[in-house]
Design a protein around this ligand. Structure first.
Ligand code: ADP
Ligand code: ADP
Length: 225
């Protein structure tokens, strides 16, 4: 059974104007897959990300994650955003620890777990630094460690490297692939850059630019070198 199952999802924003951000979109992601969701600006990638993350409800359609209907965010899904969204008043250690402060977490030794995560993203030695002292790439490493803290089955990333220079992005892409292989997570990664998707994905899902398109998604299998 798929880890993520989006079935016939539509999303209409009804503010000053009516916008059909998604119309009848279906998508499944299997256990351990690395799927990139691509498409032009405004095609609804972030909307679909937020719906799978449980940050907003679809107007219609069904979303299941690890077998349960999505009713909000959950510890089965770690999230990483383009703009880092770190807690500025917390250190690296404090940001990573945040994930372990969820009531549902019963981590036997949180300190060891935090150290292990900081090591996983290559930031040992920076435990006491604050986000403002870190480069963009380092901030995003902290965000990945925080997202992985409760050992979620799924990692959801929305243009995580979109604000990072090209050279650093190459590093981070390689690091994310290493983490994916090491942790065997299921990854849904949103990007508008097809090149990035080809570098990272097992499978690319292209979201059509017009919600009225008869084909709303296209799946492409990627041969990794
Ligand atoms: P993408 O991530 O592919 O650029 P989005 O999901 O951000 O696309 O947006 C899809 C469409 O929905 C766009 O037309 C956008 O303007 C619209 N939209 C997104 N969020 C809102 C919102 N909160 N209210 C109204 N319209 C929105
Ligand atoms: P940016 O995102 O700003 O482009 P990086 O994340 O690659 O950059 O980091 C920029 C600089 O920060 C590096 O040249 C290095 O000096 C320092 N840095 C980044 N990560 C580490 C690390 N794990 N250990 C030591 N220094 C680091």
């Amino acid at each position: 059974t798929p880890v993520i199952e989006v079935s016939g999802v539509s999303k209409r924003y009804d503010n000053r104007q009516t916008v059909d951000a998604l119309r009848d979109v279906s998508l499944t992601v299997e256990d351990g897959e690395f799927v990139c969701l691509v498409g032009p600006s405004g095609c609804g990638k972030t909307t679909l990300f937020r719906i799978v993350a449980g940050l907003e409800p679809p107007t219609s359609g069904d979303v299941f994650v690890t077998g349960s209907p999505v009713t909000g965010p959950g510890i089965d899904r770690g999230m990483v955003f383009q703009e880092y969204n770190l807690f500025p008043w917390r250190t690296v250690e404090g940001n990573v620890r945040f994930g372990l402060e969820q009531p549902a977490c019963d981590c036997p030794d949180c300190t060891a777990r935090v150290e292990e995560l900081i090591d996983l993203v290559g930031l040992t030695g920076f435990e006491d630094a604050y986000p403002k002292e870190l480069s963009g790439g380092m901030k995003q490493r902290v965000a990945v460690a925080r997202a992985l803290a409760v050992d979620p089955e799924i990692l959801l990333l929305d243009e995580p490297f979109g604000s990072i220079d090209a050279q650093t992005r190459d590093h981070l892409q390689r690091e994310l692939l290493d983490i994916w292989q090491e942790t065997e997570k299921t990854i849904l990664f949103v990007t508008h850059e097809i090149e990035e998707a080809v570098t990272l994905a097992d499978r690319i899902v292209v979201l059509g630019s017009n919600p009225d398109d008869s084909i709303t998604t296209v799946d492409i299998d990627v041969e990794r070198p």
